[in-house]
Write a protein that binds this ligand. Structure first.
Ligand code: AMP
Length: 290
């Protein structure tokens, strides 16, 4: 039976009851407006843990001034119905004042992994992410927590925070779920007009071109980036914000790509900002058209 909690104490008490009964907790933090990417994390939590807990919270602290906090898509009734269908036990859906005291001043800064890529494009974004995830981990307690490879740099920031601050959390990072044409699923895809939507898969095609070049032996990061940029040149609606080969560990740029490194990109298309990444492998396995 799905239980929806709004308060910290109730959430803690319910999860503590489960833990006392010897049940493991799988936790999936989200900003709601659930899609197939979120559901893949929820399904994994459901199958790998005794209790599946999901949080739904559009976190103001990770949006910069002028970003899309106000118009970020929200549909709690639909999200709860999907959670129910997918066997979620607890949805924690707090309001902002529940997570942040009016005079809260503490921020979690993770350091180097927060820099470059989205960290440069969105100053303060990863401090906001790390802070809310730390708050949520402290409410949920020891658990296995599920994040998507789609937000690659975010996953690195959280992994570093968990290690550095000794959170009793085991992280699971799961592959990006894509539409049939390769576009990474995202709540923000609703911002796309039909023409923009038709152009949007060029980002994944570009990253896939770099992945192919890597599989054929190219290791020079500039050459891999050029292979991707060549594809994006044919998609004039997409304005490139960044496109970089980075280390899988700390998301920092590398000159020579190694097995398991990542090529990550961000583009602006109309009112939307899309991000995506692929892992560079000698023998790539694809979960969408390559
Ligand atoms: P969000 O609601 O966008 O904050 O995302 C919540 C979680 O879902 C994060 O761990 C994301 O990385 C993950 N996620 C978002 N989109 C996808 C996707 N297309 N495939 C897999 N995971 C995703």
């Amino acid at each position: 039976m799905l239980v929806v909690t709004r308060a910290v104490e109730e959430t803690r008490a319910r999860l503590a009851d489960h833990r006392r009964a010897g049940r493991s907790i799988g936790f999936v933090p989200t900003m709601g407006y659930l899609h197939g990417g979120h559901l893949s994390l929820i399904d994994a939590a459901r199958s790998e843990c005794d209790v599946a807990a999901v949080s739904i919270f559009v976190n103001p602290a990770q949006f910069g001034p002028g970003e899309d906090f106000e118009r970020y898509p929200r549909d709690e009734a639909r999200d709860l119905a999907l959670c129910k269908q997918h066997g979620v036990d607890i949805v924690f859906a707090p309001d902002t004042r529940t997570l942040y005291a009016d005079d809260a001043t503490t921020r979690v800064q993770v350091g180097v992994v927060s820099r470059g890529l989205c960290g440069d494009a969105r100053p303060g974004h990863f401090d906001g992410v790390a802070t809310v995830v730390a708050i949520l981990f402290n409410i949920v307690g020891p658990c296995r927590a599920y994040f998507g490879q789609k937000d690659f740099q975010q996953s690195r920031v959280i992994a570093r925070m968990v290690r550095d601050l000794c959170f009793d959390v085991e992280l699971r990072i799961l592959p990006t779920v894509r539409e049939a044409d390769g576009l990474a699923m995202s709540s923000r895809n609703v911002y796309l007009s039909s023409e923009e939507r038709a152009n949007a898969p060029a980002l994944y095609r570009a990253l896939s071109a770099a992945r192919r070049a890597f599989a054929l032996g190219e290791r020079d990061a500039a050459a891999l980036q050029a292979a991707a940029l060549g594809v994006l040149a044919g998609a004039p609606l997409l304005a490139v914000e960044y496109l970089r080969v980075v280390s899988a560990d700390d998301a920092q740029p590398v000159a020579q790509a190694r097995e398991g490194d990542v090529i990550a990109g961000a583009v602006r298309v109309g009112a939307a900002r899309l991000i995506d990444n692929v892992v560079l492998e000698s023998n790539p396995s694809c979960n969408a058209p390559c």
